[in-house]
Design a protein around this ligand. Structure first.
Ligand SMILES: [Zn+2]
Length: 309
């Protein structure tokens, strides 16, 4: 009987269930062989599914890329991935290769994440350690009664945009820097309001202190799915552009002085979509760039540096 290859030498970590059963078969005594053999046959009847999680050591705010591939290239049933109480759709990204992207945020608890992938009659249960990360904090002092509440109309429109999941992937390679100004606010900053820690707040994007009127470009190709103006009630976001990059990845550009695209336009990476301004709830000219994966704001930094296939 062939000895299974050590798991740690295989970049494709096999479905835990399969590995465990194969090890059992290898050391089985004659008494248990019939039962083990029966399980062995059952296992082989299913289409083995190989799953990889990238990055292997994620930390709060990272995007998890779950890539699944069947041993049998004839199997083309689209797998689904389950983590926590959510189910994520996967998309074909290559021959016999499916992928979903799972967001993590500063509001998550560090610890073990269970990632369950189901497809073609096969189940893969994997664990990944989500590492903690300390974010800078800010103290904000607001006079009583001045809370900058967002209207339902503005909230609903922007929220619906963030939840978009469309099948076609438009981005290729790492994202470009959307404005040439220096970064003045990183992703994930936490806040105290009037001395009280805000449990639900984190800075959902990156701030670039570009000069008033300096160009804002699309960091990656996508469809313009949201154009909102301060004069039409976008009092918090200000003039805003929302791009759909496909497969659950969207991005937003806030506080613009000008918008040079229209809803429904397709933009290429590097194309100008507007200019830096101070519309909405902004204390001075800057670009706020938010990147969303399946509805949640993730750290854009890994998308800028390493990129996701
Ligand atoms: Zn910001």
């Amino acid at each position: 009987m062939a000895t299974p290859a050590p798991i740690n030498q295989n970049p494709w970590i096999r479905a835990n269930l399969v590995s465990v059963i194969r090890s059992t078969v290898a050391i089985a005594t004659p008494v248990s062989l019939s039962i083990a053999g029966w399980i062995w046959a059952l296992t082989n009847a299913a289409e083995a599914l190989q799953v990889r999680i990238i990055p292997s050591a994620p930390r709060l705010g990272d995007t998890l890329s779950i890539v699944a591939q069947y041993d049998n290239p004839e199997t083309n049933m689209t797998p689904v991935v389950k983590m926590g109480d959510r189910t994520y759709q996967t998309f074909l990204i290559g021959p016999n290769r499916f992928r979903t992207l799972i967001p993590t945020t500063p509001l998550d608890k560090p610890g073990i994440l269970l990632v369950r992938t189901e497809g073609g009659g096969e189940v893969s249960n994997m664990k990944v350690q989500l590492k903690g990360r300390s974010f800078p904090t800010q103290s904000i002092w607001l006079p009583p009664g001045k809370d900058g509440d967002i209207s339902d109309a503005e909230y609903n429109r922007v929220n619906a945009f963030k939840q978009l999941v469309t099948p076609q992937k438009f981005w290729h390679g790492p994202f470009l820097q959307p404005n040439q100004g220096p970064i003045t606010g990183i992703y994930g900053i936490r806040r105290y309001y009037n001395g009280v820690f805000a449990n639900d707040y984190y800075h959902r994007g990156v701030d670039y202190a570009g000069a008033y009127g300096s160009p804002v470009i699309a960091p990656a190709a996508g469809r313009v799915v949201l154009v909102g103006y301060e004069k039409d009630g976008f009092r918090v976001n200000g003039n805003i552009v929302g791009l759909d990059h496909g497969q659950g990845v969207t991005s937003a550009y806030l506080h613009l002085s000008r918008i040079t695209v229209r809803q429904g336009d397709f933009v290429k990476a590097g194309q100008v979509i507007g200019a830096v301004g101070a519309t909405g709830a902004a204390t001075g000219p800057h670009l706020h760039w938010g990147l969303y994966v399946n509805g949640l704001s993730v750290d854009p930094a890994p998308w800028r540096t390493r990129g996701f296939e």
